[in-house]
Structure formats: structure tokens, C-alpha cells
Design a protein around this ligand. Structure first.
Ligand code: ATP
Length: 323
């Protein structure tokens, strides 16, 4: 191997820069040349590649987002788009690719590997919905940002005896909401994996007041059937009967924007180093992720055909602790 490319794809996650830095510096250490591909798979198709030196990735470990840019690229879902991308790689004598991203990005990586091009994926998404890594790059930082918001809302909620709803990201996965709810001391949590009845939710909130609580915080996953919009509408429509309304905060992209914490910087650094190690061993078509404290390589085929399950026993624990 002489030259490799690295790209970030899909939603950005705090820690992606630390992963790029680790790929570049461990790649250079092996005597390779490392190209940064800009704008994810879109840049691969449009040949947007820059030669990266050790200095080029200086001063980025503490920055959120991704210095290479990211994109969602429809063309890459077609075989023609992927073949064009591989042609661009081969033209520059690049013989290995590192893809930093979540579920969709790793599906793209798997498709590239099926065409015979050596590729290694790095598990990175704030949603934590990717099989092959118990926790992915960006999750810890996104959780801490959500927690800061919840802690602040709790202060104002207590002062005014109000019910606050906080919607967090996560796509179809309730992980962020569940963990932010437990660690933020929420009175109720709404996630896609568990059916929620708004009437029952109202009963729980009222009983929280009856037990002497000064506030009620509900953490809701954006992918839940009753997300922030629907729950707010429901409580508004039935406010007379239910006895109260909800004040709603959607954290949205605020969750992505923070500087990565120590956990994400270290995870990203270890995964970046593991990716170049896998490429140098010729062990490609795999995703590197964290499992039981170790960095493990899992075949991309297994990654994209398996579903990561949420530990819903934590939901039961949250109900007990929210009393
Ligand atoms: P996140 O969950 O953090 O947003 P992600 O990697 O899951 O990240 P997606 O938008 O799902 O984000 O995917 C990123 C890109 O990966 C897509 O824009 C597309 O270019 C590529 N991709 C997704 N699915 C496929 C597929 N089935 N085949 C080929 N490429 C794909």
C-alpha cells in the first residue's frame, strides 16, 4: 500500500477531526501518502482530494464538525456513481479508503468493498445506531450537550412549576433520549422502541406533581411516533382536560456542534489508528469499533445486515428513578 484516502460522510459528529488526524498521522508513519477527500462521497465522485501532511491536521483535535466537510450524496447509491468514485481513486494510485461515518456511510463502504476496492470503516455517528461498535464517535459529546440543556431547563422548570419537553436527535434510535433522560433525571422518556400513550404520559406527569415534584421533564427522541411536535399538539388540544401544557425545546443540531470531550477524542484516535492498521494487514471490508473495551474489526457485511438493539431494561430503570 502506498496511498490511502480518508473521508467523512453523513451527519457530522464531534470527534471526526480526531479520527482524520489519527488516520493521517498513523498512515504517514507507515510511509504512506494520505489524501483527504472533501464532502464525503460527493467529493469522491467529483475528485475533490487534497494531499494531507502531519501539519495539515494540526489544531483540529479539539474542534467539532469535520475539516473535510461531509455530505449526503444520492449519486453514490447508484453503481455508476460508485464506479466513477473508484476510477478517481485508481487514477491517483490510491489503493485503500477509510470511511468515517454512520449506518448509511458504512453501507456505501460495503458497496465499495464489493467492487473489490480495499476499504475500512470507522464507527462515527451521534445516533449510536451502528452495529459493530457499542458506542460510536460523537455520542458521548452529544449526550453531554443534551444534559447541559436539560440541567438548565430543570432550573427554570422548578422555578415556574412547569412541564418541559426536550427533543433530542437520534433518527430512528432512542439511545440518546434514553441515556440523556436517565442521566438528566427526567420524569418521563419517549423513544421509538417503546410505544407511548400520551394519556398515560399525562397521568405520570400529574402524579409527579402530586408526589411533590416542582418540575417535570420529558425527554423525547425525534424518531418516536409521539415526537415533540405531536406531543405538544396533543397536550395543547387537550389542555383543559389534562390540566397543563408542555413547553417544548428541540435541541436539533445544537447537539452536534460541540467540541469533542476526552472520551470521543480518545475513541476517535484509537479507531483512526486501528483503521490504518487493518489496511496495512490487508484486512479490508471491515468496520473498526469499540466492543467490551477493545477495538474490534467486524465485516461490513455483518454491520450493514444487522441491527443494533437498544437495552430497553434501562427504560424500566428510568421509570423507577424518575419517581
Ligand atoms: P448519520 O446517521 O450520522 O447521519 P449516516 O452515515 O447514516 O450518518 P446517511 O445520510 O444515511 O448518513 O448516509 C450518508 C451517505 O452514505 C449517503 O448520502 C449516501 O451517499 C451513502 N449511502 C447511504 N446509503 C447507501 C447505500 N445503500 N448504498 C450506497 N451508498 C449509500
Amino acid at each position: 500500500m502506498k496511498r490511502i484516502g480518508v473521508l467523512t460522510s453523513g451527519g457530522d459528529a464531534p470527534g471526526m477531526n480526531a479520527a482524520i488526524r489519527a488516520v493521517v498521522r498513523t498512515g504517514l508513519e507507515k510511509g504512506w501518502q494520505v489524501y483527504g477527500i472533501q464532502q464525503g462521497y460527493a467529493g469522491l465522485g467529483d475528485d475533490l482530494m487534497i494531499d494531507l501532511t502531519a501539519r495539515d491536521v494540526g489544531g483540529i483535535i479539539q474542534r467539532g464538525g469535520t475539516m473535510l466537510g461531509s455530505a449526503r450524496c444520492a449519486a453514490f447509491r447508484t453503481e455508476e456513481g460508485r464506479k466513477q468514485a473508484i476510477t478517481n481513486l485508481v487514477k491517483r494510485d490510491i489503493d485503500g479508503l477509510v470511511v468515517i461515518g454512520g449506518n448509511g456511510s458504512q453501507t456505501g463502504a460495503y458497496e465499495v468493498s464489493k467492487l473489490g476496492f480495499p476499504v475500512v470503516g470507522i464507527a462515527s455517528t451521534i445516533d449510536n445506531d451502528l452495529y459493530g461498535s457499542e458506542i460510536t464517535i460523537g455520542v458521548d459529546t452529544a449526550l453531554n450537550i443534551a444534559l447541559e440543556a436539560i440541567d438548565r431547563l430543570k432550573t427554570t422548570a422548578s422555578s415556574h412549576h412547569r412541564a418541559f419537553l426536550v427533543e433530542v436527535m437520534g433518527r430512528d434510535c432512542g439511545y440518546l433520549a434514553l441515556i440523556a433522560g436517565i442521566t438528566g433525571g427526567a420524569e418521563a422518556i419517549v423513544i421509538p422502541e417503546i410505544e407511548t400513550d400520551p394519556e398515560q404520559l399525562a397521568v405520570e406527569l400529574r402524579s409527579a406533581y402530586n408526589r411533590g415534584k416542582a418540575h417535570a421533564i420529558i425527554v423525547v427522541a425525534e424518531g418516536a411516533r409521539y415526537n415533540a411536535g405531536r406531543l405538544t399538539d396533543y397536550f395543547k388540544t387537550h389542555s383543559q382536560r389534562l390540566g397543563f401544557e408542555l413547553r417544548t425545546t428541540q435541541l436539533g443540531h445544537v447537539q452536534r456542534g460541540g467540541a469533542p470531550g476526552a472520551f470521543d477524542r480518545l475513541l476517535a484516535t484509537r479507531l483512526g489508528a486501528a483503521a490504518t492498521e487493518q489496511l496495512s494487514k490487508g484486512n479490508t471490508g471491515v468496520l473498526v469499533g469499540l466492543q467490551k473495551g477493545f477495538i474490534i474489526a467486524t465485516p461490513l457485511e455483518e454491520v450493514v445486515t444487522s441491527k443494533k438493539l437498544l437495552d430497553t431494561s434501562l427504560f424500566d430503570l428510568a421509570r423507577v428513578l424518575g419517581k
